[in-house]
Design a protein around this ligand. Structure first.
Ligand SMILES: C[S@@+](CC[C@H](N)C(=O)[O-])C[C@H]1O[C@@H](n2cnc3c(N)ncnc32)[C@H](O)[C@@H]1O
Length: 231
């Protein structure tokens, strides 16, 4: 597995987060209750992929690009003691920080694995729900990510993603600017591309819903919730 790509830790989409900001992004008081402050502050997503009732007690959930672990921790409450949540991230520092956060929170149904979402260290057909928050827009090979998602999900498994979606395709020059790519802008694909790449990977019931309007600083992308099912 290639491990040479890294994203600088100071190039996320957002400033250090607060509870208020996360509630504006769709998290409930109950979901955030009891989470260590460090988990909240490190959160760097664009929505709440755990929030649409797609995660049930006892299920196995994988969070692609888990960062400091916010969605792993929120999902861990939803799956309960009989379920488990695996956070996958390619940045060793993020894995270390997420593990430290899990220890602080005293959770024993979560695990953090080092690896790339284009080549997941996860068995085929072993996952009920895949979540991800503002990460797939960073991948240089989204088709590979979607094929890997399809491989690791069981039949009937669900996808619940919060991500940035582009209003128009970006030019090659725009994509070459690492600052714009790493701040979750020019790596984003359009709604049409998202739906057709998920369909090509084998997914059905594909749904893209705008969560927020494009921002002043990022007029060419909007935050969206993307869901799909493996038949
Ligand atoms: C914008 S942060 C989002 C973190 C987290 N999902 C959250 O909501 O706080 C992006 C994270 O995805 C990870 N990441 C980016 N590309 C990745 C890839 N191809 N494979 C695995 N992890 C990746 C980065 O290391 C970083 O931790």
């Amino acid at each position: 597995m290639a491990t040479s790509r890294t994203i600088p830790l100071d190039t996320g989409c957002c400033e250090p987060a607060t509870k208020d900001k996360l509630m504006r992004y769709g998290y409930s008081v109950e979901e955030l209750e009891g989470l260590p402050e460090s988990v909240i502050a490190m959160s760097d997503g664009c929505g709440n992929p755990t929030g649409l009732g797609m995660i049930n007690i006892g299920e196995t959930v994988v969070d692609l690009g888990s960062g400091g672990g916010i969605d792993v921790f929120v999902a861990s409450k939803k799956v309960g003691d009989r379920g488990r949540v695996i956070g996958l991230d390619m940045t060793p520092e993020m894995i270390q920080r997420a593990k430290a956060n899990a220890e602080k929170a005293g959770l024993n149904n979560v695990e953090f694995r080092s690896g790339e979402i284009e080549d997941m260290p996860i068995g085929a057909g072993s996952v009920d729900v895949i979540i991800s928050n503002c990460v797939i827009c960073l991948s240089p090979d989204k088709g590979k990510v979607f094929r890997e998602m399809f491989r690791v999900l069981r039949h009937g498994g669900r996808v619940a993603i919060a991500d940035e979606v582009a209003l128009r395709p970006f030019s090659s020059e725009e994509k070459e600017d690492p600052a714009k790519w790493c701040s979750c802008v020019t790596g984003a694909i359009t709604e049409k591309e998202y739906a057709s790449e998920l369909k090509n990977a084998g997914f059905k019931g594909i749904y893209v819903k705008q969560l927020r309007k494009p921002g002043e600083l990022t007029p060419a992308v909007f935050s969206a919730f993307v869901s799909a099912t493996k038949p």
